[in-house]
Ligand binder design. Structure first.
Ligand code: COA
Length: 233
């Protein structure tokens, strides 16, 4: 998994053995891999934890959401949100449906555990190409409208996610996104707020974006509604 990480993100520090062991210790069901049967090679992975969303700020960075990458903030008792901390597919094996499989497995997990939703911070990998002309919010609007294609966000939108906030300073030193990300969300259509998964009163509605972020969110939603059928499959 560390080798896969180095291949996908050559410019970043990979997961450590201690972090990966911690993920398995705190939430084994949330850690998924795709293996090539013929070779046993690991070609994709997704890692998740359950959070009580209201405990966090929308402007928190990746370290805060993941307890420094250890997932020790995993909260299966009062959390209702599956937080997608990582998804990656071997660059040689991308565009063969492996990412779709991993996202489908995550949605199945959310249904199995009766959770409200999936949320994730999605770094804006294509932003560096447009940073001279567009703010991160403008870039996201154009990706959502289908006028620009982002290597990651366009895929996530097709997987049924919507953008709920633009977050600066999500991932420090990322040369592609220049640190910018969006919070994306997929809602579990089977979630029953009065049922077993919704009891306990915690994380019921979820904290809404702050004023500055909410502006961007409102614009995005309206624009997407206008362009939606035209732009998205
Ligand atoms: C984002 C990521 C996980 C997607 O994984 P993937 O395995 O390439 O995803 P899929 O193959 O299921 O789908 C990717 C695209 O290929 C298309 N595709 C799937 N099977 C295909 C096939 N057999 N032939 C051609 N295209 C195909 C899909 O329709 C999809 O198109 P879209 O992006 O226009 O919607 C992968 O690109 C990745 O690891 N990126 C780097 C890490 C990263 O950015 N992770 C997210 C962090 S926020």
């Amino acid at each position: 998994m560390i080798a896969l990480c180095e291949k996908v993100y050559p410019e970043s520090r990979p997961w450590t053995e201690a972090q990966l062991a911690s993920h398995l210790a705190v939430f084994p069901e949330g850690q998924m891999v795709v293996e090539e049967i013929a070779t046993g090679r690991l070609v994709g992975m997704a890692s998740s934890l359950v959070l009580r969303w209201d405990d966090y700020d929308f402007h928190a960075d990746w370290k805060a959401w993941t307890a420094g990458g250890f997932f020790t903030n995993h909260d299966p008792v009062s959390g209702r949100t599956l937080y997608g901390a990582e998804v990656m597919v071997d660059p040689e094996m991308q565009r063969r449906g492996i990412g779709k499989r991993l996202y489908a497995a995550r949605r199945a997990l959310v249904r199995q555990f009766g959770l409200r939703r999936i949320r994730a911070g999605a770094r804006l990998r294509g932003y560096h190409r447009h940073a001279a002309k567009l703010t991160p919010g403008q870039y996201v609007e154009r990706v959502v409208a289908g006028e620009l294609r982002d290597p990651t966000l366009s895929f996530q939108l097709r997987e049924g996610f919507r953008v709920i906030a633009v977050v600066p300073s999500y991932l420090a030193n990322d040369p592609e996104s220049l640190g910018h990300a969006v919070v994306i969300e997929w809602l579990n259509p089977d979630f029953e707020s009065g049922g077993a998964g919704g009891s306990g009163g915690a994380d019921r509605e979820g904290k809404q974006p702050s004023a500055s972020t909410a502006l961007a969110t409102t614009r995005l939603t309206r624009r997407r509604a206008d362009a939606g059928r035209r732009a998205l499959r």
